[in-house]
Design a binder for this molecule. Structure first.
Ligand SMILES: C[S@@+](CC[C@H](N)C(=O)[O-])C[C@H]1O[C@@H](n2cnc3c(N)ncnc32)[C@H](O)[C@@H]1O
Length: 462
């Protein structure tokens, strides 16, 4: 049996420090409190959270800190845009019930696999890792005919995998078919999908593009076994850690729903949530679905572009690509005391000669985004108990060179549906790491005078 990394080893070193910066609040704020930095970058080294990189999430320290501030005893926490489950995992660790919504099937799968991993028999999982290693080595060195196939509908401009790499990937797929325990099988699938781009001819920059396009060479060959086993051993170590961490506490319920939060009435009862901790997509057109096409297709969640269409249509804010060519989209709410209408008119007038690629397309995108901010606010108002709090991490944006204080607009929209703005906290003034602001060349880069920041909008239902 392969030796299991010392599962009892203390991971205290993973606990982060509060590195937030105090800044004056901009709306109704006293700013007498500071939060842990919400940057997801920290999650890359934290147990469980490190399993799957996900862009523009927040750190587990931020979530943990928020839970401690707002929940006394046990409560129910909601994340309407759960991503890969930072809120749900921390809720579990702190003994709180949690519910998450996530529309992207890959992120949903990652979140579900993390939650279910608590039921894993570590010994059995370890044996399966060992069996995989032998299966792979035996079949790599023989004239093994792979049974698995690349997903048919997954079309790419150049080969996603070079032939040697593809052969190794298909051996891994064949092995996964032989794993009987569904939770262990999911861990193998997650080990594959969380590393699969690393040895492909594509890379995240942070949007997915060919390696050639960013001046890197193709990957002709790669040790797929090694990278998969490293990942699986990381899972194994973290599962042992979390089981030990939660051993003496009540087992909370964690539920992740693969649906749009806008269908909240189908899944939630009114006034049942104590605390919302979430980060919706930002107004920067980061295309979560396109960027996770490899994982979505290889996991079998889509077989053709048509399968992805409903995702595009129900994604928060839609995407510029989805709405730019539509008739002029109008705001669906009474605009509170903000200059949103003027900003939208300003964007609309930019580059009219470019048609839908100019201001009108981007104005449609911004309108869809703020309409969804309104629907989201209504969902917060519906689900929170009286006295409950929502913490919404959101970044400001620049569209066509126009700065949009998304955090302030969102706060005012929320206020218009009877939520109280407690404060807008600004924990750091510059986005760092692979923040989504750097993700899309179509959204202008900050120039002099434009300041990009992320804010935590704190709302209360009275
Ligand atoms: C900024 S990320 C959240 C990341 C999360 N905080 C984490 O730590 O992993 C926003 C997420 O919202 C999801 N999303 C977009 N539209 C949605 C919708 N209508 N309902 C539910 N989730 C949605 C995206 O797929 C994305 O994973």
């Amino acid at each position: 049996m392969r030796s299991i990394p010392n599962a009892n080893q203390s991971l205290d070193g993973f606990l982060g420090e509060n590195i937030s910066e105090k800044r004056p609040a901009k709306v109704n704020g006293n700013n007498h409190s500071s939060f842990s930095d919400p940057a997801f970058a920290n999650n890359k080294i934290r147990p469980i959270h490190r399993w799957v990189p996900w862009i523009a999430g927040f750190s587990k320290e931020f979530v943990n800190d928020s839970i401690k501030r707002h929940i006394d005893g046990n409560g129910t926490i909601l994340d309407p845009f759960a991503g890969v489950g930072t809120t749900l995992v921390e809720s579990h660790i702190t003994g709180n019930d949690s519910i998450g919504f996530e529309i992207n099937p890959y992120a949903y799968f990652a979140c579900k696999t993390k939650i279910n991993s608590l039921q894993i028999n570590e010994e059995m999982f370890n044996d399966e890792i060992e069996r995989f290693s032998s299966f792979y080595l035996k079949n790599l060195n023989s004239k093994y005919h792979v049974i698995s196939k690349e997903p048919d509908g997954f079309k790419t401009r150049i080969d996603f995998y070079s032939p040697k790499v593809l052969h190794k990937v298909l051996i891994l797929m064949d092995f996964i078919q032989t794993v009987e325990d569904p939770n262990i099988s999911d861990l193998f699938k997650l080990a594959f999908t969380s590393t699969m781009v690393k040895y492909s001819n594509y890379s995240y920059e942070p949007s997915l593009g060919t390696r050639r396009g960013s001046g890197k060479g193709d990957i002709d060959d790669y040790d797929v076994r090694d990278v998969t086993i490293q990942k699986l051993l990381e899972f194994l170590k973290d599962i042992a850690w979390i089981k030990k961490t939660v051993a003496n506490q009540r087992v909370p319920t964690s539920k992740i729903i693969n649906d749009s939060f806008f269908n909240y009435k189908d899944h939630l009862s009114k006034k049942t949530i104590d605390l919302i901790i979430t980060s919706p997509p930002y107004l920067n057109n980061y295309h979560y679905n396109r960027n996770t096409r490899p994982q979505i297709y290889w996991l079998g969640f889509a077989n053709s572009p048509n399968d992805l269409k409903p995702l595009e249509e129900t994604n928060f804010g839609n995407f510029w690509q989805t709405v730019r060519g539509k008739e002029e989209i109008n705001l669906i709410f009474d605009v509170p005391d903000i200059d949103l209408i003027e900003k939208l008119a300003q964007i609309k007038k930019i580059n009219p000669e470019k048609g839908v690629y100019g201001g009108s397309g981007w104005a449609n995108y911004a309108v869809s985004y703020f309409n969804d901010c309104y629907k989201f606010s209504k969902g917060i108002e519906f689900s929170l108990k009286n006295g409950g709090t929502a913490l919404v991490v959101i970044g400001n944006s620049i569209l066509q060179g126009v700065t949009i204080p998304t955090d302030e607009y969102f706060a005012k929209i929320a206020e218009s549906v009877d939520l109280e703005i407690v404060e807008i906290h600004i924990p750091r003034s510059k986005r760092i790491g692979n923040s989504i602001i750097q993700s899309d060349v179509r959204v202008s880069k900050p120039t002099k005078g434009h300041r990009l920041y992320e804010a935590i909008v704190e709302l209360r239902k009275s």
